[in-house]
Ligand binder design. Sequence first.
Ligand code: ZN
Length: 492
Amino acid sequence: MDSKLYIHNSLTRKKEAFKPLNSPQAGMYVCGPTVYGDAHLGHARPAITFDLVFRYLLHLGYKVRYVRNITDVGHLEDDADEGEDKIGKKARLEKLEPMEIAHFYSDRYHRNMDQMNVKVPSIEPQASGHIIEQIEMVKQIIDAGYGYEVNSSVYFDVQKYQNDTKKYGELSGRVLEELKANTRELEGQDEKKNPFDFAIWKNAAPEHIMRWPSPWGQGFPGWHMECSAMSTKYLGEKFDIHGGGMDLLFPHHESEIAQSVAANGNEPAQYWMHNNMVTINGQKMGKSLGNFITLNKLFNGEHNLLERPYSPMTIRFFMLQAHYRSTIDFSNEALNAAEKGFKRLMKTLDTLEKIQPANESTVSFKELEKKCYEALNDDFNSPVAISQLFEASRIINSLKDGSEKIAKKDLDDLKAFFKSFTVDVLGLEPEEKVKEKNDELLSRVIENILQVRQEAKQNKDFQTADKIRDALKEAGISIKDRKDGADWSVEE
Ligand code: ZN
């Protein structure tokens, strides 16, 4: 694997040759969703962007450990240190356990990802499952002199970090002096030495549901801690790629770097990658603007901005048609065009199977294949790669209608090239195929669960057996007992 791949590094603001620390191993960490509501277009973009990165690295032969987290604690309402916990608030309003909220929306998120043919990451750690690791890291930061405790909360000392390292703002370009002038004076801020200090551990007020014991009392981790602690745990103190949406540059990722440097002296990631935002008819997306479209609504057409439903694979193609660092504007026209483009490539996949080889070739695809690699090696330029596949599609049609000819060996190469880029790298497959794959996966999971239930019954543990039956029923799956097992069906 020579490094022909160039990645735009948000940290240096330059395109750099990709050289993993332990080639052919490559480690990638991407910030996942905060699970307190259905996934929307803004979630689809990073998921699809880094799915492309994951797939292309695999295609190039790297062994990739891809970690994408689930935030289920510590993300407060104003994305800084104030307000109610997003999941805790939803739980309070719906009278549910916070973990019920987190589980419900993680599940729905996963379903949306499957629908869009987004590969499952290698590890998907949850913040609430890594409290111990976060507490350990807070201790390290305090020991290094960059954390201070006030009233059972612990804050990161940004000024000291900046004095010692001169690194604060290196990712986001924010200047401390400007931050000083612009930081709002919020409630609770008087605990901090400086208003731009951020919480790495927060004391839990009596009404705060999610809380854990710590050396500083009952509390919960600051939002940025989880990604530092979990990336270190699964990828090491230094790893290759850290990704996320551009909205996370500051304060989230800037704080992640500061925490790692303070705790262990290492900048965590070699390459920082950020996808740009999705706008809706030219406007920023926001709950208050009424243009907040969840993926489920997009897929079933239930939103007043939608002329009709758009399929998950249309959304995937739509996202890939733009370079990940450009903004992408959502509109019915754009989605109609994306659907046409997607269908054209799918039709070509079909046509490929019907082409008969000739004795000689009058066409060659070598140049197009080379251009596809060049495009993706140039910071994952998917729109350019797609335009090459469209060109291939045009030539493939002329093979079908007989105006051009292709020999057996060249036809095999063409099939391999077209499929590997369309299906493996871009993840574009006919909707039915994706559904089939998901159904297969579902079947396997349910068969395994039923096996466990069967074993419970054999051990006369009918309580567990009934629990499993009820849980499946609640998920919309009914089962019918047979002598030696059970049949299952999805309730309509
Ligand atoms: Zn994160």
